[in-house]
Design a protein around this ligand. Structure first.
Ligand code: ZN
Length: 136
């Protein structure tokens, strides 16, 4: 079995946004030479996340962020964490730190409308994404 790990940085330009990183992950998979296996995409931050969702209509991303904001407001009576970004920590845990995608014939097996998104919840920052491809 072969294992290839790479990372890349993601610059975010708003407090909350979702950035399509599919092509950057696809590049790591292609360069790994691995034909069949899995790829894990991991976010090593406590106020950001990784998810898979629709790439066709940008309004879907808008509505996801709108809904997270409505459910988890930035300011709320009772928050204790004194950095003032408790909402970002909650969103990070709910959305999750990683996704795993199957690799077949050297390509990710994603649905037609699926993209991998880096989710920023406390920007703007320069973030890191770790990609690990395992297989043969
Ligand atoms: Zn914090």
């Amino acid at each position: 079995m072969a294992i290839v790990q790479q990372s890349f940085s993601v610059k975010t330009s708003r407090r909350c946004e979702m950035i399509d990183i599919t092509s950057r992950v696809e590049k790591v998979v292609a360069e790994s030479g691995i034909r069949t296996g899995t790829v894990t995409v991991f976010c090593p931050h406590t106020t950001a996340a990784i998810t898979i969702n629709e790439n066709a209509d940008p309004d879907v991303v808008h509505d996801l962020l709108l809904t997270l904001e409505a459910l988890i407001p930035q300011h709320r009576a009772g928050y204790r964490h004194n950095e003032g970004n408790s909402d970002a920590h909650v969103k990070s845990s709910l959305v999750g730190a990683s996704v795993q995608v199957l690799v077949e014939s050297g390509r990710m097996v994603l649905g037609t409308w699926q993209a991998i998104y880096f989710c920023e919840f406390d920007g703007t920052r320069t973030r890191n994404t770790i990609v690990k491809v395992m297989g043969e």
